[in-house]
Design a binder for this molecule. Sequence first.
Ligand code: OSB
Ligand code: MG
Length: 367
Amino acid sequence: MRLTRLTLHTVRLPLVAPFTTSFSTQTERTAIIFELTAAVEGREVTGWGECVALNEPLYSSEYVSGAIDVIRRFLMPRLDGELTAETVGQRLAPIVGHRMAKAALEMAVLDAQLRAAGTSFAAYLGVTRQRIPCGVSVGIQDSVAALLSAVGGYLDAGYLRVKLKIRPGWDIEPVRAVRKEFGPIPLQVDANAAYTLADAAHLRLLDEFGLLLIEQPLAEDDLRQHAALSQLLTTPMCLDESIVSAAVAASAISMGAAAVINVKPGRVGGYLEARRIHDLARAHGVAVWCGGMLESGIGRAANATLAALPGFTLVGDVSASDRFYRQDITPPIEMRGGHIDVPREPGLCTPPERRLLEKFTVETIEL
Ligand code: OSB
Ligand code: MG
């Protein structure tokens, strides 16, 4: 195919409730929605994508306006002439970093390619599962009472696994309270890099709660320190921020830094690299699960398909649209009996509804 136009729709979606992690409180999600037009054998096709960069470089070095800049200046110019989704990664490889921006471009190209062929993402990946189980990521709350009420609501809604965000000052007591109130539910924690190895003795206090895993307690670059910490804890070590590529995943696995990996397509440069990490982890007996970045229905649908690959043996952070949004730009992705159906239509997602896309758009850029 040959790319003919790229429109970047920056949308601002209000969240149903503030979402607090160790690094920020978000009350809305600013997302870049990619609308790519391509010529495929004389036909015009559209591909949709979503960039998961946050507004500020607090989770990773990427951020919304930086992603738009690098796409305009350095990434799009490399995607001229004939190309396929499978070659986007190689074309963009000389540009260092900017994986969320690259991932979104590859996603839009892959979506266009699959739509042109009438193939679903599920068929492309070869997934056989029809539906995936849903977990929920629960932000830091103002009080333990508020946390118990939030967790209770998600359990009533049917979520099959709960992840609690933690940070120094909000860790042992909230976990203890949730265990006491709800008993042996599948429970895990995510620190978003808020601790150091010097906190090992404190983090060991989490071992008594039988958590599924502890996610990214230490800094992104602290692979060796995560390996050391995992020797001191019985709770399995899971990495998120640290795993930016299959190469880093291989290092982390060989160092004993990761017993589990949270796979996020945006963080690793795209769905194809995410698949490679899945394959690598599976070959090493390392469990993976699909993480989330408060995606709109575009990224959420694609994540629901990725999470159906056989190595995704743990419940991920793929929740229903209404966990974050009262109104999404696509028809809502719904959970039934704690599961989401794997999309079967051509491409990676249901395209956004034009009226809703326009309603939430704050900036449109034509490239
Ligand atoms: O660390 O997994 C994370 C959201 C934004 C940035 C980082 C993370 C998260 C989440 C939410 O935990 C996952 C979701 O989209 O449901
Ligand atoms: Mg995380």
